[in-house]
Structures are given as C-alpha cells and as structure tokens.
Write a protein that binds this ligand. Structure first.
Ligand code: PLP
Length: 452
C-alpha cells in the first residue's frame, strides 16, 4: 500500500491527537513505518532523526532486540493474567524489585496502570483515600498549575492546567485548583529568576491558606514542565514548594511521566531539582514506549497506611501490571542500567548537547533563552531578548519551525514559542551534531522567512 492509501485510511477513520483533523486530512499526515536507534523512516523511505524520542519516551531507542525478545518470551510463557483473584505473577514482581532498587528515597509501593493519564487519575483516588484512612476526610482539594499537563482523561486533564482542554468538557472537576507556572521568561517581569521562583512558591502558600490547609490534599506538578513548554523552574522554586507542602501537611506529588528514567541525567527529575515527593506518577520511559505501561509510586508513609490500615482499596485495572508490559519494562530498565545510559546523559551526551546548543543558539536573533539539562532542552523564541518580548503569533512561528525540521529530516517539538528536544538516551555525539545542525537550519530558515 502507498503513503496515500494510509493517509486516506487515516482520514476516513482516525481522529488524531490535539489536531484539527479536517486540516490534517487535507495536508495528509506523514506515515511512519520503521524505527532503529534514534532514526525513523516514513513509508516514502525518508529518514528522520527523532529529536523527541517519540513522545519523550523511547529512552533506549527504536528496535532493541532485548525488549523485543523479552516481550516474545513473556507472550509465550504467560501472555496475560490479572492481579485481582488473589493472584500475581513473576514478571510484575521482578519489575517491582528492579524499580524500587532504582528509586531514591523511601518508596515502597506501586500500583501499575497503562498510561500516565491513568496514573494521575489514580492519584486523585489514592490520595483522597489516604486522607480518609488518616482520619482527615476533608483534605480533598488538589492544587495543580496553569499549563501543567498530566494527561487527557477527565481527572488528569483537570489536574493539568491547559485552558483549551478545560474549555472542552467543563473541566476542571470540582476540587481542583491551579496556581501559576514558574515560567520566568514569560511571567518574571522585572524580578530575578530566583525572586520569581520564590514568588511562584508563595502563590502555593497563599492558595493553601485561602482554601484552608485542612482542605488541601496535595500539590501536583511536573518537576520541569513538559507539554506546557519544557520549562525549568528557577532553582529557588522546588525547595520552597517542598517546605510549604511539609509545613501544611499537603502531599507533594511529582509527575515524572516525562522526567523519569534518565531524561535530565538523573533517574528521576526530582533528583535533579533536589526535592523529595510523596508520590511519583510514571509511564513513558518505564518501557521506552514499546508497550503501554504506567504506575503510581507511593512513599512508605502512604503505601503502608493504605495497606496496613486501609483495607480494600476499591481500584483495579484489567491490565494493571500486565505480564508482557512488565517483562518489557524490566528489559528496558536492564538496558538503561547495563549501558549506563542515565550516567552517560549526566556526564557525557547531556552536557555535550547543552554546550553545543548554547554555542550555536545563544547569539541567534530568534532565540531568547536556552534551558535544559541532560537530554532535554528548549529554545525560547522571542522578538526582543533584552525585554523578553514574545511574538504574538509564537505558536505559528514554532509550528513553522517544526515543519521545516520535518522537511530537513529532524523531529523537534514546538510548544507555544519554544522548540523542544528530548532525544533517546542512546543518542551518540555524532547524532547530537546532526540534531543540532538540522535544528539550526530549521531555526535559521524560520528567521529568514520572518525577515530577521
Ligand atoms: N504526565 C505528563 C507530564 C505527560 O507529559 C503526559 C503525556 O505526555 C502524561 C502525564 C499523560 O501520559 P499518557 O499520554 O501516557 O496518558
């Protein structure tokens, strides 16, 4: 079948993610057919360097035989079983053993899901259940952040702060509030980044006090904001947030769906930002995206309270801890460990990417800020670097840049006025050079088209 055939089938039956389907149908989506390492090929044989590791998830790259073999073995041995009937299975237990050997801090329990959205959906019920068992049933309110992203289901989209998502379907659900995002470039005004970070944290304290600490269950946020623009908060932010959460007995819930499994050069992004969450939502890099799997990791305090005092927690998913997903996740964690990929992102490829980006783009007329650590980075487009004035049509500009990137054979993400990179952790220095060269062509051409 030809590319056109697949595009027609897609147009006939498919509603794609976060897109105007009618416009997409006219344009015709690229049809991705194959992946190896950090490269993808479409059905016309065009090659792309995938600078976004799929959707921030293919940590070990495409086509790894270790993961494929683990899936095949598990499919042969026990293709499915549940964790409902007083039953469990080896794959899920071996995964948990490995997962907790990697987790820093005092975590003991996990509930597996199929996605990050489900992990955050579960978070709402789990945290409310915890406060019930603790004899504080009024502690029900969640505080999230504007432009945070925690998934697409009703609860997870409510925790998130995407206005356009809230406008579709009467979100957020009751009991979810939001504070501002720590996006200094956009909202920092005349404040230094550090003062702005403290101001953003102060907003959390003000919100808790306004709502009443006895009513607030948890604060949920991504350690660095991903889909809302790959925003690294100022250094002053997380220590203050942690202090406030502890002071008012508000649980600190980190969404590690994109930050987890080595992205910043640490196993989990909260380690990079030096704070200790009470819960971790995980997905994506857990299986390198080879098969859907997510989970909610609980601190010892929460997990033991639920297990020792909570009795039945009325929650269960048919595919929770799916044996094949668990086997793939275990093999994936094995590759990350055996090849030292997280360490490499911290000490070698990560610093190389960050340094090269700054060398190439810090003087660029279109780029006002470069943020990132390890193998995640963002370029902020702006009209005026000194005043940090952004373009009114920044989404169109970055969208155009992404599109030129595709033509050049590189995939970089555009979000608002930021271009984002998050390549697989297996990327080599040579491939980083290619990623940056092609990104430079895309950014230069965007600037040229704008007459800059
Ligand atoms: N949380 C964060 C931080 C994410 O970036 C995403 C997805 O991009 C999700 C949750 C939702 O995960 P999923 O798409 O697996 O449901």
């Amino acid at each position: 079948r030809s590319t056109r055939d697949y595009q027609q089938l897609d147009a006939a039956h498919h509603i794609n993610a976060f897109l105007d389907q009618k416009a997409l149908n006219q344009e015709g989506p690229r049809v991705m057919a194959e992946g190896r390492g950090v490269y993808l090929w479409d059905t016309d044989g065009k090659r792309y360097l995938d600078g976004m590791s799929g959707l921030w998830c293919t940590q070990v790259g495409y086509g790894r035989q270790e993961l494929i073999a683990a899936a095949a073995r598990q499919l042969q041995q026990l293709s499915y079983y549940n964790v409902f009937f007083h039953t469990t299975h080896p794959a899920v237990n071996e995964l948990s053993e490995r997962l907790f050997s990697l987790l820093p801090g005092d975590y003991r329990h996990v509930i597996y899901t199929n996605s990050g959205s489900e992990a955050n959906e579960l978070l709402i019920r789990c945290v409310r259940r915890y406060w019930d068992v603790m004899g504080k049933p009024d502690k029900k309110i969640f505080i999230g952040r504007h432009n945070g992203y925690h998934g697409s289901t009703v609860g997870s989209a409510s925790l998130g702060g995407m206005k356009f998502m809230h406008e579709m379907g009467d979100l957020p659900i009751p009991g979810v509030e939001h504070i501002g995002e720590p996006y200094w470039f956009a909202h920092g005004g005349g404040l230094s980044p550090e003062a702005f970070g403290r101001q953003c944290a102060q907003e959390l304290e003000d919100k808790i006090l306004a709502l009443g600490a006895d009513k607030v269950a948890a604060f949920v946020a991504e350690p660095f904001q991903g889909a809302g623009g790959m925003i690294f908060p100022p250094e002053s932010y997380w220590p203050e947030i942690q202090r406030i959460c502890r002071q008012y007995d508000v649980l600190l819930c980190a969404d590690e769906v994109i930050g987890g499994f080595g992205r910043t050069g640490e196993w989990f992004a909260h380690q990079h930002f030096h704070f200790q969450p009470d819960t971790l939502s995980i997905a994506k890099g857990l299986t390198s995206g080879y098969i859907p799997m997510g989970g909610l990791v609980l601190s010892r305090r929460i997990g033991e309270t639920l297990v020792e005092q909570g009795g039945v927690f009325a929650h269960g998913l048919t595919y929770s801890g799916h044996p094949v997903a668990a086997a793939v996740a275990l093999a994936n964690l094995g590759v990350l460990q055996d090849e030292g990929l997280v360490e490499r992102a911290r000490t070698d490829t990560g610093p190389y990417l960050q340094t090269c980006l700054r060398e190439v783009f810090s003087q660029h007329p279109l780029v006002g800020e470069i943020q990132g650590a390890g193998l995640v980075a963002a370029l902020q487009f702006c009209r005026d670097k000194t005043t940090r004035q952004r373009f009114a049509d920044e989404t169109d500009i970055s969208w155009r840049c992404r599109s030129i990137g595709f033509d050049e054979g590189v995939i970089i993400r555009s979000t608002l006025g930021r271009m984002i990179m998050a390549p697989a952790l297996v990327i080599s220095r040579g491939e980083i050079d290619e990623l940056i060269d092609k990104t430079r062509i895309a950014v230069d051409r965007t600037a040229e088209e704008m007459g800059l």
